[in-house]
Design a binder for this molecule. Structure first.
Ligand SMILES: Cc1ncc(COP(=O)(O)O)c(C=O)c1O
Length: 508
């Protein structure tokens, strides 16, 4: 691809040409280039709406691209190293749905890591597929679920050779990741594709200080939220394919079914422009962003009490950490992640996420030095005000009390949604069973001990003795739970057949 071509943004440029013609609109959208914007909001919305086009002459069609959208997608494939790229206007969410549904039909097995985004679960539900969950290993002392072991994947492949594919999330929300090459080799050695939810890694592979991208590591299908770590507008994402293990025509058809027939052109154009930036100035932009990262990172190092999650030492849970994700915590144990969030936000620094001991600051290649300095100033004042007289603890992570799950590979779990229950399933009732009585039954709820936030049980999963023992230990140790209301009282919702088995505790 020539440098001149890389420097073009064919979709955006065609939209600009159209705008410059001062056209009269006799087509949707109804706001007529922003004229219809509410006067109170017009100064914000009019400029945006002026480019809010639809599939008119010259602007191509996302679902049957033959012109500028096709060119823009081909340029994206070249830039990110794919054979074919699809622009998405429904985020990585829709990419995950299409990727999974293209591969799995009713009853098919997909190997997936236990800590996945809900869109992966929804994809499995829509497909009527079964999940074999592989538990992740916790990242060192952080207690944060990182990646799955290669040996566990191998074990899952041996037990379920009929699996249609392996789906991994890499990197995770906190930027922890692994070298995916061995996983791709393993999947390919069994003739199945590696699917990667790389929602948080669209910038990977563009700089020596960043990990290799999933595509470069050999993944067959990769979903990236271009809006998360690059400059696309919210909901702008890409699905990249390489090789012939994925059925491209099925994916094309599914995307046409799952996405709007009136996709947002501003979002599509922002994907085209984000690609152009990375194609032409990727390394330089990452250098700029890394300067802001280093300013904040080094500054926090010099403060008493505040620490950030550091790149991995030699342990197996993950082998890379995205420098753009700064996971901050108080090593004196005085302030929780939510306390830190509140203090940062009081001073105007809004964060990505806070949970347990941690607050996650998401920087990108567009974070300015001024903003990094602003966050550092707030951290300094937090340290001076709250932590200076406190002792730093040796074991700083309250998460370490919750040890990793002991079972690594689950039985196949039928992923069903209440929306799709058939008559037989409708007759099933949901009852409360004590933890001991629930062994051997199918869970009717998701149980997520927190931290570390990895679902210990999915709805439809058979409850093993190992799981109930683990739940009892967690309850006794004071763990908190998401998803399950009754587990702290020693009960789980389980599925039972037939009215006779209903008890006074029936929930229905
Ligand atoms: C790992 C992961 N995958 C997929 C998604 C969905 O991405 P999007 O918001 O682009 O639909 C998210 C969202 O946070 C995510 O964290």
């Amino acid at each position: 691809m020539s440098n001149k071509k890389r420097d073009e943004a064919p979709l955006f440029e065609r939209m600009r040409e159209h705008f410059n013609k001062l056209p009269a609109s006799f087509h949707v959208p109804g706001h007529k280039s922003g004229r219809g914007a509410d006067p109170a909001a017009a100064s914000f919305f009019e400029p945006l709406m002026a480019l809010d086009y639809t599939e008119i002459s010259g602007l191509d069609d996302l679902h049957q691209p033959e012109g500028v959208i096709r060119e823009a997608q081909e340029l994206a494939a070249d830039c990110f190293g794919a054979d074919e790229t699809f622009f998405l206007v429904g985020g990585s969410t829709v990419g995950n749905l299409a990727m999974i549904m293209s591969l799995c039909g009713t009853g098919d097995i997909l190997l997936v890591q236990r800590n996945v985004h809900k869109s992966v679960l929804h994809g499995l539900m829509l497909a009527g597929a079964r999940a074999v969950f592989i538990s992740p290993v916790l990242g060192g002392d952080s207690g944060i679920p990182a990646s799955v072991r290669r040996s566990d994947v191998e074990d899952a492949l041996n037990r379920y050779p009929e699996a249609k594919g392996l789906l991994l999330t890499n990197p995770n929300y906190y930027g922890m990741g692994v070298n995916l090459r061995p996983y791709a080799e393993l999947a390919h050695s069994r003739g199945i594709p590696l699917l990667v939810d790389e929602a948080h890694g669209a910038h990977y592979g563009f700089h020596p200080e960043l990990p290799e991208s999933a595509l470069a590591s050999g993944a067959d299908a990769v979903v990236q939220s271009t809006h998360k770590m690059l400059s696309a507008m919210t909901m702008g994402a890409m699905l990249h394919l390489q090789g012939d293990r994925m059925d491209r025509e099925r994916i094309r058809t599914l995307l046409a079914m799952l996405q709007s027939s009136s996709p947002s052109y501003p979002i599509l154009a922002s994907l085209d422009l984000a690609r152009k930036q990375m194609h032409t100035r990727g390394r330089e932009l990452i250098d700029q962003g890394l300067a802001a990262v280093k300013l904040l990172h080094c500054g926090i190092h010099s403060l008493h009490g505040l620490k950030v999650l550091e790149p991995p030492a030699a342990h197996e849970a993950y082998d890379s950490l995205d420098p753009f994700k700064i996971t901050l915590y108080d090593s004196t144990g005085t302030l929780t992640g939510t306390d830190l969030q509140e203090l940062l936000e009081e001073a105007g620094c809004y964060v990505e996420f806070a949970s347990g001991a941690y607050v996650l600051l998401l920087l990108t290649i567009f974070t300015s030095l001024e903003d990094a300095q602003r966050a550092l100033d707030v951290c300094r004042s937090i340290s001076t005000r709250y932590l200076i007289e406190r002792q730093e603890l040796r074991d700083t992570s309250p998460n370490t009390m919750y040890k990793p799950l002991v079972f690594s590979v689950s039985e196949p779990v039928p992923m069903s949604s209440p929306l799709f229950t058939n008559n037989q399933e409708k007759n099933e009732s949901i009852v409360l069973a004590s933890l001991s009585d629930s062994t051997g039954q199918r869970s009717a709820e998701m149980v997520i001990p927190y931290p570390p936030g990895i679902p210990l049980l999915y709805p439809g999963e058979i409850i093993t003795e190992e799981m109930t023992n683990q739940l009892k230990k967690l309850v006794a140790s004071g763990a908190r739970f998401h998803g399950s209301a009754e587990v702290l009282r020693g009960y789980l919702k389980v599925r039972q057949d037939g009215p006779d088995e209903k008890t006074a505790n029936t929930i229905d």
